[in-house]
Design a protein around this ligand. Structure first.
Ligand SMILES: [Zn+2]
Length: 354
């Protein structure tokens, strides 16, 4: 049977190389967080994960999905068995690798990217309700690390983008997950739920005139909300991967927020700081618990995303949230009490009355 790819932008052999690794990571997901940590400290673990990369890149153009996965699993199983014979590797490391090896019996041919995207979409759709926009998933291969970073500093060799349909009678979005195949390891796999959550919370349902990747609203305040929702959803998305999803979302946030000299990094920092200050304002001025104040900030971000207004108005409000002037404080109190809608809050800020 001729090999095909379910994703238009992926060559069949690239798809199968990614699928084989994702299938292994999915089957071993309960141990994945521990495996990532040990890979940074134990040479034998780093080596055996490198071997998996090499095995996956050896898949043939002719193989179908099941055959390609079976070949990679069988070859990697042999690699693991040789590491398990090493005498100088500590016993707890060997125990983990033996557990990983036993989990290979559960590797299946289902597409883990699709399953994860469907799970994130289900949660985001429930969050946005009728404002949700139909969305399709696409996968693409990129030829370098998205931030040109060294894997020890930034192992997240994946990124994602969302585009909206240009056809006026088709209100649809497309999320594209872009993977640098040469460095698609367990940490990158563990970050995929966060990337999908960012796209689904920040961009898929957005109602505004344009896209800017250095927007303190779309890439800042909303990004903060996306991390908030990912932390809430992680276990619902996948019980076994949940703790690792949370851990790597936080690590990815650390990597991305450290890039404050870039325009998108600066926008992220401005939006995250505004969210943090607004949460503190809710907590002190509206006598909310920390949890409630975080949830209110995330709720405000999501509601602003649903309001069809120019992006510049939303960015203006973000700039005011950093240290709200008296009129904005008064409006925020009205918003919390339900006597002012999110549209009114936004319009009052945009009109300059504040
Ligand atoms: Zn974004």
């Amino acid at each position: 049977m001729p090999a095909i790819s379910p994703y238009e932008m992926l060559e069949p052999c690239v798809w199968r190389s990614l699928l084989a690794r994702a299938a292994v990571f999915h089957a071993t997901r309960r141990m994945l967080g521990h495996l990532c940590d040990l890979a940074e400290q134990v040479k034998a673990v780093e080596m055996v994960l490198d071997q998996l990369q090499i095995r996956a890149q050896e898949v043939s153009d002719e193989d179908d999905d099941a055959t390609a996965i079976a070949r990679v699993v069988s070859a990697w199983d042999e690699d693991l068995s040789r590491v398990l014979e090493l005498k100088k590797v500590e016993s707890d490391v060997l125990r983990l690798l033996a557990e990983v090896r036993a989990s290979l019996d559960h590797v299946c041919g289902a597409d883990p990217f699709r399953a994860m995207f469907d799970a994130v979409e289900r949660e985001a759709r429930a969050l946005y309700g009728t404002a949700w926009r139909p969305v399709v998933l696409s996968l693409a291969h990129i030829r370098s690390h998205p931030r040109d970073a060294h894997p020890t500093v930034d192992p997240y060799a994946v990124t994602a983008t969302t585009v909206w349909s240009e056809c006026p009678d088709r209100d649809e979005a497309q999320v594209e997950l872009q993977i640098f195949g040469e460095r698609f390891g367990p940490a990158a796999y563990a970050a995929v739920p966060m990337l999908f959550t960012h796209e689904c919370v920040c961009h898929v349902p957005a109602r505004q005139d344009r896209v800017r990747n250095d927007s303190a609203f779309a890439e800042g305040l909303l990004d903060w909300a996306a991390y908030h929702f990912l932390a809430l959803w992680a276990v619902k998305l996948d019980r076994e991967l949940g703790p690792t999803t949370r851990k790597h979302a936080e690590r990815l946030k650390g990597v991305l927020t450290a890039r404050h000299t870039t325009r998108d990094g600066a926008a992220r920092q401005v939006g995250h700081d505004a969210a943090g200050n607004l949460a503190a304002w809710f907590e002190s001025e509206c006598v909310m618990s920390a949890d409630e104040s975080f949830h209110r900030v995330a709720r405000l971000a999501v509601e602003l995303n649903m309001v069809d207004r120019p992006l510049v108005d939303k960015e203006n409000l973000v700039s005011l949230l950093y240290s709200p002037p008296p009129k904005v404080e008064q409006d925020l109190h009205s918003w919390v009490q339900g006597t002012m809608t999110t549209e009114q809050l936004l319009d009052a800020a945009a009109s300059g009355v504040t």
